[in-house]
Design a protein around this ligand. Structure first.
Ligand SMILES: Nc1ncnc2c1ncn2[C@@H]1O[C@H](COP(=O)(O)OP(=O)(O)OP(=O)(O)O)[C@@H](O)[C@H]1O
Ligand SMILES: [Mg+2]
Length: 350
């Protein structure tokens, strides 16, 4: 007769479709019972995609077949609605599940270093300058950068209710998930611990009456991203890419991930689109031309804007004074950030 631990070990080889994490560490296996060769598994899922239970079913059966003594594997699925309940029109989505927040927009990318944090910071600033109340959460546990971009090493404090109170900069409320972790120690929270930490963190911040919460996601399409989309009801996501093919390939993967979990794609933002050379007035397409536009058309989502490569964007980020604080008449990139913010406000009204 197979043992329960053998069954658990077999289940731990089954990955959630499309992700590297297995179904046991995701907490989806709710029960295992073994009576002789008859093994019954209870699995709880939050998905609207019928392929997910089907794929998990096939994989679990195959894994159990490898365990000696299992003659009759049986799977019971408990399938719930995911937290993001509406599809398509972002404006019709229910309000977020985070207290004190009306709308949540994630800034994501497939590839790292394409300017996600720069875009998240500047969109937050532009939304705020347009009159909205805005918060920004740096969800990158392993490489937080928002504090740097806002020139702050102030740490948020915890209030009596053990909530994290955001710091304030330029009228924005800011927190970083890295805030609670030790400054110098390399981040050791990985896997299930990181998942739990992320879930708790998102519910633990004392946001003060926000119209928009912008989430700066870590790059890629891994566990943290999946945890976030399953923990909070996102009103939508914007995908940042450069025009380069390697970035576009990864952007596609990110789009697919968000579509799988029914998060509306509000659009693509092409960053580092071109360089306007101050000495000869020529435009140079350093990372290629038209990639973002082409990809947006292919995916049927809007291209929200094209941000030039500008020294001032990088400098402003390094100086803790995001470029979107600049007069739009004086900075081409500030102008684009404000245009994108206006489009987002029109699509996702708070
Ligand atoms: N349009 C731009 N013009 C000039 N520099 C830029 C531009 N966009 C981003 N940068 C610079 O490129 C670097 C990477 O940007 P950023 O940190 O925003 O990327 P990221 O996608 O958040 O990276 P990671 O994947 O590591 O989180 C930063 O130094 C930033 O100042
Ligand atoms: Mg970043």
């Amino acid at each position: 007769m197979p043992s329960e631990s053998e069954i658990h070990a077999a289940l731990a080889t089954v990955r959630y479709p499309g992700f590297s994490r297995d179904i046991v560490s995701f907490g989806l296996v709710k029960g295992v019972s073994v009576e002789g060769g008859k093994v019954t598994i209870e699995i709880s899922l939050a998905t609207r995609d019928p392929n997910i239970p089907r794929l998990i079913h096939e994989q679990v059966e195959a894994a159990l077949k490898q365990v000696p003594g299992v003659t009759e594997p049986k799977l019971n699925f408990d399938i719930k609605e995911p937290p993001n309940t509406a599809q398509g029109n972002a404006a019709s989505l229910p309000k977020s599940s985070i207290p004190g927040v009306k709308r949540i927009i994630a800034v994501a990318s497939g590839k790292g270093g394409v300017g996600k944090s720069t875009v998240a910071s500047n969109l937050a600033v532009a939304l705020s300058k347009s009159g909205a109340r805005v918060g920004l959460c740096d969800c990158d546990l392993y490489g937080p950068s928002i504090a740097h971009m806002f020139g702050s090493n102030e740490r948020p404090y915890q209030n009596e209710e053990q909530q994290i109170v955001p710091i304030e900069r330029y009228g924005l409320q800011l927190v970083s998930m890295g805030f609670l972790l030790d400054d110098d120690s390399p981040v050791i929270v990985r896997g299930p611990v990181a998942t739990r930490y992320t879930q708790q963190f998102l519910r633990q911040v004392a946001w003060n009456d926000l119209d928009y919460l912008i989430l700066d996601l870590p790059p890629g399409t891994g566990d943290i991203q999946l945890t976030i989309v399953q923990t909070v009801a996102l009103d939508g996501t914007v995908i940042v890419t450069t025009p380069q093919e390697v970035a576009l390939i990864d952007a596609r993967k990110a789009v697919t991930m968000f579509q799988k979990v029914n998060v509306p794609i509000l659009g693509i933002i092409e960053n580092m689109s071109y360089f306007l050379c101050p000495s000869d007035g020529q435009i140079y397409h350093i990372f290629g031309k038209g990639g973002g536009d082409h990809e947006a058309k292919r995916l049927g989502v809007p291209l929200l804007g094209q941000i030039p490569i500008e020294m001032t964007v990088r400098e402003a980020g390094d100086e803790g004074h995001p470029i979107a604080l600049e007069d739009t008449a004086k900075s081409a990139s500030s102008k684009v950030f404000h245009e994108i913010a206006a489009k987002l406000r029109a699509t996702v009204a708070a």
